[in-house]
Design a protein around this ligand. Structure first.
Ligand SMILES: *Cc1c(COP(=O)(O)O)cnc(C)c1O
Length: 234
């Protein structure tokens, strides 16, 4: 089929996708007897073409997530720099410690704090910075060797260290459940861990499972492909 896509059709397509997701989020909240405004929609814009992001901005979407610092710098520091004001940008991908200052300068929230090295570089960056992002600790709920995140059994100790030794305040926890497992037990575990360490934000749920995450207490869901369309990595 020839590609007859025009900016207008992109705009209406993105608008209807977003409305559908917001409706499904509201339904999930209702089932869980939660209020719809307890869960924020984070639009994961990584790899997406500029036209789709422009269309998403037109809908009034304010919260965006990225998984790579450099890509985010280009997108939000250059391409869409004029629209950066009033947005909330979240880093949801792994942070290399040598990129800490760049991440602190660009993001409003870093969701992937996961090791002591980062606590050190974050504490140092805070001294050098006028503004400082809110922080989430990533938990490797599936204890997968290839995935980053603090192991569930280490979360209490890690957060104690974060607070006492580095004077950094975690706002919440974040997880990415294993691809091939039912997500509910992982969301449930994250919820329990958050209560145990005394934080009240939970970043969990993506395109395939955001409704389940809302039923299990998510305060933000990270939705990419269901909101923008599939990512083209070619
Ligand atoms: C890419 C990504 C998402 C969004 O994934 P979709 O399945 O496209 O919704 C969410 N969270 C993280 C950490 C990601 O890297």
């Amino acid at each position: 089929m020839p590609d007859t896509t025009t900016p207008d059709t992109i705009t209406s397509d993105i608008k209807s996708k977003r409305e559908e997701i917001l409706n499904r989020m509201a339904e999930a909240a209702r089932r869980a007897e939660r209020s719809a405004d307890e869960t924020a929609l984070v639009a994961i814009s990584k790899v997406q073409p500029d036209a789709r992001i422009a269309a998403m901005l037109e809908t009034g979407q304010k919260v965006f997530g990225e998984n790579r610092v450099q890509e985010a710098q280009t997108r939000w520091g250059k391409t869409f720099a004029s629209q950066r004001d009033g947005l909330e940008l979240r880093l949801v991908g792994p942070l290399q410690s040598n990129k800490t200052q760049d991440a602190v300068d660009l993001f409003d929230v870093i969701e992937t704090v996961d090791r002591e090295k980062l606590l050190k570089t974050l504490a140092k960056a805070r001294e050098a910075s006028e503004t400082f992002p809110r922080l989430f600790v990533q938990v490797n709920t599936g204890e997968e060797s290839q995935k980053s995140g603090v192991a569930p059994k280490d979360v209490l100790g890690f957060i104690k260290k974060m607070r006492e030794e580095y004077k950094l305040t975690p706002e919440g926890l974040m997880c990415i459940p294993p691809l091939k497992e039912a997500p509910s037990p992982h969301f449930w575990l994250l919820n329990k861990l958050a209560a145990k360490v005394g934080v009240d934000k939970l970043s969990m749920g993506m395109s395939a499972d955001f409704e389940t995450a809302i039923e299990m207490g998510a305060t933000s869901v990270r939705v990419g492909s269901a909101l923008f369309g599939e990512r083209d990595y070619s």
